[in-house]
Design a protein around this ligand. Sequence first.
Ligand code: ZN
Length: 232
Amino acid sequence: MPPWLSPAGVAAAAALGAAVAAGAGWRGLALLAVFFVTASALTRGGGRRTPAQVLANGGVAAAAALLARLDARFLLAFAGALAAAAADTWSTEVGARSSAQPRLVTTGRPVPPGTSGGVTWLGTLGGVGGAALLALCASFIGLATLPEAAWIAAGGVAGGVADSLLGATLQGRFRCARCGVVGEAARCACGGPAAPASGLSWLTNGAVNGACTLVGAVVGAAPVILRAAGLA
Ligand SMILES: [Zn+2]
């Protein structure tokens, strides 16, 4: 069991794997494995994923994989979603190793490490690396041509940018009623209840991750969308 998954997270990941296998076959599973193995290798410390987090990261990819049973062109959306999930995870985990203080992507204001919307150069490079690796693997195993892989990589990067932008602007922030700390969850780390302080209270970190992979899916499928629109 990967040390970074809780038992319920493992069950969610297994459901995700089953959906991907049913929809995208061994190629889909191989790409999912690249994402999980690299994310697992990069993640250190107690950051255990909950089922909600696994689904937020993989739900769009699973849906696209299942749609690929009906139309194989959805495989590009599947790969784009996974590239975005990889970009998000890699930028977070690689960025955590940066000695530079993160700055808010929108204003450049220094923020504490781990703040949504906070970016470092190292983390950004990590995100680009994660997206590029997923795209290259998709091409290597025959899931995409090289030009399509370029769009998958672009989708991963775009998803990562969307994640940072949403995290810095619209994502909900909550103030703890007990200790006063402002965080990103409706329940504070101290165990106290937290009330909405800023942003959209329904736009949680998981929802932002889901939006990030949706952007990756749409940009990854750009060759199909542009062709359908008669633009390419
Ligand atoms: Zn608290």
